[in-house]
Design a protein around this ligand. Sequence first.
Ligand code: ADP
Ligand code: MG
Length: 711
Amino acid sequence: MDKTNKNKVDIKIKNNADNTVDEFVKDKFREAEGKNNFEESMPDDKIKSLAEKFISQKKDAILDVAKDYPKKKSLLVDYSELVKFNAELCDELIDFPDKVIKIFDGVVNAQNIPVNFGGEVRFHVRFALPKGFTVKIRDVTSEYIDKFFGTDGVITRVSDVLPKVYIGVFQCPICGWKKEIEQEKTRKLIVPSVCGDCKKAVRFKLLPEESKFIDIQRLEIQEPLELLRGGEEARKIEIWLTDDLTGKVLPGNIINVAGVMKLIPPKDINDAVYRKFIDANNVNVVDREFTEVDLSEDDIKKIKEFAKSPDIARKFIDSISPTIYGYREIKEALALQLFGGSRFELPDKTKTRGETHLLLIGDPGVAKSKLLIGVSNIAPKSIYVSGKGTSAAGLTATAEKDEFAEGAWVLKAGALVLASGGLACIDEFDKMESEDRAAMHEALEQQTISIAKAGIVAKFKSETCVLAAANPKFGRFSSEKAISDQFDVPPTLLSRFDLIFPIRDVMDASQDQGVARYVLMAYTGKKEEHLIPQIDVEFVRKYIAYARKNLNPVLGEASQKKIEEFYLKLRQESSGDVVQITARQLEGLIRLSCASAKMRLKDVVENEDVNRAIRLTTYSMNLIARDKTTGKIDVDIITHGPKEKRDKIRIMSDILEGLTDNGKKHCMVEDFVKQANERGINEKDAKNFIENAKKEGRIFEPKNGQIGMIA
Ligand code: ADP
Ligand code: MG
């Protein structure tokens, strides 16, 4: 940029590329083109007299604010109103915001508006900028230093509200001379260097009781996930809120900020790299549901046309990770998950959950991670994270002391909060941190995440659907054992997933050949027909966004009856200790049926949708819950293994209880094994039981060869 023109920023030009530019911003752009760029800034007294004139028309609005002081302290001015009043003043605000805002604040505060408040009264003028002034976080470069502009993002961190000196009163330690210094926006305290009286260069002392403080709160926002494509990393920026703007937002909120870019000098004076932040003048919380994908009339026409294709499900299945061979059912479930079910508010004001959670479990190297990445690439809003070593905020949310807030508390949003309204793909789900594990239960079912720590109580919205993948604890997994024994995922958490798909790396000639062909093909450099997505990814994304935004299918009479019949039949076949289906799975079935209808852009769930849901549910249940000996489905197998094994465990628990009863705290392992033997349980199973119970902390080993139960 030209030096002489340093203070004129081309926000107008930048935004002209953006199709959201409002009409009057366009006008301003035309105006700016014809204007002399070397023009000097407006003199302060002219700004002041314009501000006085403008503010004089705002008497009622100011009195309205004053009525609620100190709850309200700010007069909100719409930029479009200011444009109508004086376009030149608007230019001035954009180019020299600190000066203009200060003059406006001064004008309002000089009015001595009566308020019902004892302390120092301080009003602010806040400006709401139109969309056309929005700059993407990644585009906030050094040309915006000291300029006024807008930006949006999702809040990732929120600090405690802390007092900051804004007028410092300093005293010379030698002669007692005092000096008042108005502080700048940056973090560094500006201290007098030489005493005005004794002329000595001394270390001045701040007098807190005579200085004035203002509340500040620091935030970090990052680019909204829906604007990122294919694993692009979200850029972040720091925001400082002051006074009445503080204490109103939470991590996970999407906000629109109007403010001025400021710099924080480096700690080391030889360092030339500064940190940037936005000093917010105005903040709006945007309540944005699922997605902001822009759809044109033409897009919508194409989407509606496409919805009529008879084999639409197959088309979506084919567009999920086309380079991965097989797994048709899993891909079908993934497609449904992308659309999501319906949401209804029940008479008691609670909401039903529409999101379908899916879990892929299985051997290493069977393309689980690849599937997750593939799905996160087509979801309109998604995040891909690994349970292991996920960012400091983890998967859910945390409150911790942080240098970001000078050692004070900071609330941080994790992946599930950031992806609210979208999809979170969590790889290595078994390796997540224990705090996340605890919060995950609430997140999956209630769709909120609560934090209660060191007096901080906060609840975050997490309407996120989860696609998780887990690897077995020891090498490969076996269908003979309970999933919860082989994967580090507690049974209670397993039951939160609508469908679980085990993927086993078995030697199967046709699967092996298919995989080999697909993997090898990728390295031939040729563009094989079926490896290319049938539908353009961008179109799939638009289609999903459209369906999610506009449809909330209901169950018709026929589909309702069909689901009921399926459920009741399995319930009737269940007995006391072998349950074939639970109410939770019934809900899962409904969610999948609704998702299928949504995929076809139907307002009412039809037979075809229910059939698809039943087929997928049965497919999954057959793989994870079929008892090898009886051939029957038994939902408890997922969490506790086959009934035969559960019976054995119950018997062994009884034996141990018997042996450690009548006052004795522990017994000999030998005696335990002997009694187990007598009841048909071999030594290996008995020893295994002891090992597992020890791991789970249910029994202890006081001496070698002895065991006791932990009450
Ligand atoms: P996981 O996460 O299950 O351990 P990955 O997603 O890392 O496995 O996959 C390992 C590799 O094996 C990938 O490069 C993938 O392309 C390949 N692979 C495994 N199964 C298939 C398949 N069915 N089709 C194509 N490639 C496969
Ligand atoms: Mg993996």
